[in-house]
Design a protein around this ligand. Structure first.
Ligand code: LLP
Length: 458
């Protein structure tokens, strides 16, 4: 119980109150039968067709968030918005975001393959990675990716040699660490260089990388990249980073005669998972960051670079939900007399590791019907052999939840399917897009046969 703040029980669950617009996909409603409907699709019909658990995306919501981000950032003066594919990737999603005018940032050869299969042209792709393999570098060069982000001194010559083999001059950004780390609404501007990404400005490694790149005829230094963290609620961390990058840009000009033409400030824009989460909206965030970059560049006397950003979670996270079926309901009496009811669902830490890994919080509702029964203190848990297999740690659900009911967990579009596993040999759920009452398969459900096919002895 220590440290956990429970929301006060409400008298009656009023369906219109529990689908908080800031948390659920924009088309989420209770239909006439009281069931949750997204993209015009009743979650009961969805499960009947695709089984549970199932990830469900509101396609229009995802597309309009992508478009909204691009517009907001362009209006604020940015040149390119890339979608960070790590949040969730399938060819359908790559098409949604490129049709919305975004580029795509990939962090592995696998992500790059998906994006290429979706038909995204190379020049709209940016490749990241702190340990890119030669095969990944070659795949990227063959595809003509627009930008490669250099993350270490070691990879510079590797990259230059490979570009030489392809007979091209590759545009590169240098990923810098500026001593600012931001998560949620806090940022820390001290000594966060003790991590694997990027090249430190303070140590001189970043300047050394630029010096080496400038000497290599097959690489062209386009500018700098700085990513602060994830689930950031305001612009203060970005502003601090912009200040530091601007002064580094001046030192590059003064000491090496090199200009920073582009500045990519990464992703990390936060979303609401539970009541009380209050991230800055895209337009305000964009305006604040872009104007600080301009001011800081002017104040140190360097030209403002072209600006790029890489949101992932903020585009795809709120557009997705996970639907589970309840299998068991087990009330447990706690020491202090309270009863916590463990509701076991048919998935868990294999389809959403974020609760176990980060202590993430989620909103959950009874999705297959409305109940007017008093709420009970509940914990939604999975079916894995681990007591930490928790989907929603603390919530209130109607006291009459029974096996066979469907639950929906909100804002699972980012970093759930993309971080999923086959723990306990569970096949991964299907990913379905709903739009105008129709469904389409984004990724089909895995079968046990899929998993067995990897085992030559099976
Ligand atoms: N750009 C770079 C270089 C990144 O490393 C990331 C995320 C992004 C962009 C996109 O960040 P977003 O806008 O999605 O926050 N698994 C964690 C999040 C890890 C983020 C890793 N990098 C989670 O589930 O919260």
């Amino acid at each position: 119980m220590t440290g956990i703040q429970y929301p006060a029980p409400v008298q009656r669950i009023k369906p219109e109150d529990i689908l908080d617009r800031a948390i659920w996909p924009s088309s989420a409603v209770r239909n006439g039968a009281g069931a949750l409907e997204i993209g015009g699709v009743d979650c009961r019909d969805l499960v009947a067709q695709y089984q549970s658990p199932v990830y469900l995306f509101d396609e229009i919501d995802a597309r309009s968030r992508a478009e909204g981000f691009r517009e907001a950032y362009e209006r604020a003066g940015a040149t390119t918005v890339y979608y960070a594919a790590k949040a969730f990737l399938a060819t359908a999603v790559a098409k949604w975001v490129t049709e919305a005018g975004l580029g795509i940032d990939v962090a592995s050869g696998g992500e790059l393959e998906v994006v290429l299969r979706a038909g995204v042209p190379g020049h709209r792709i940016l490749l990241h990675g702190n340990n890119k393999s030669i095969a990944e570098i070659e795949l990227a060069l063959a595809a003509g990716v627009g930008r490669i982000v250099v993350d270490s001194l070691d990879e510079i010559v590797r990259l230059a040699d490979a570009a030489g083999h392809f007979g091209i001059v590759q545009q590169v950004l240098v990923r810098v660490t500026v001593g600012v780390e931001a998560h949620t609404h806090e940022f820390i501007a001290t000594a966060h260089e003790d991590q694997k990404f990027g090249l430190s400005v303070a140590s001189g490694d970043a300047a050394e990388a630029v010096r080496r790149i400038a000497k290599l005829p097959t690489l062209s230094f386009a500018g700098l990249h700085s990513h602060l963290g994830s689930q950031i609620f305001d612009a203060s961390g970005f502003n601090e980073a912009a200040t530091r990058v601007a002064s580094f840009a001046r030192s590059l000009r003064d000491e090496q005669g090199v200009s920073v033409r582009e500045l990519n400030l990464g992703g990390g824009m936060g979303i609401a998972y539970v009541d009380g989460d209050d991230p800055l909206d895209a337009a305000d965030m964009a305006r604040q960051i872009c104007s600080v970059v301009r001011t800081e560049c002017e104040s140190v006397g360097v030209a403002t670079p072209e600006l790029a950003f890489e949101p992932g979670r903020a585009i795809i996270g709120p557009a997705g939900v996970t639907i589970y079926e309840v299998g068991t309901v087990k009330p447990i009496e706690l020491d202090d007399g309270l009863v916590r009811t463990y509701i076991s669902v048919d998935g868990g830490m294999s389809d959403n590791i974020r609760t176990a890994l980060y202590g993430a919080q989620y909103s959950v509702v009874l999705a297959s019907r409305i109940s007017m029964v008093e709420p009970m203190l509940a914990r939604v848990v999975g079916k894995h052999c681990e007591s930490g297999d928790i989907v929603v740690r603390d919530t209130w659900l109607p006291a009459d939840v029974v096996p066979g009911d469907l639950l929906a967990v909100a804002a699972t579009g980012a970093y759930c399917r993309s971080m999923s596993s086959n723990y306990n040999y569970l096949p991964r759920p299907a990913v379905i897009a709903a739009r105008g009452g129709a469904t389409s398969v984004v990724l089909r459900r895995e079968t046990t046969e899929d998993l067995l096919s990897l085992d030559p002895g099976a």
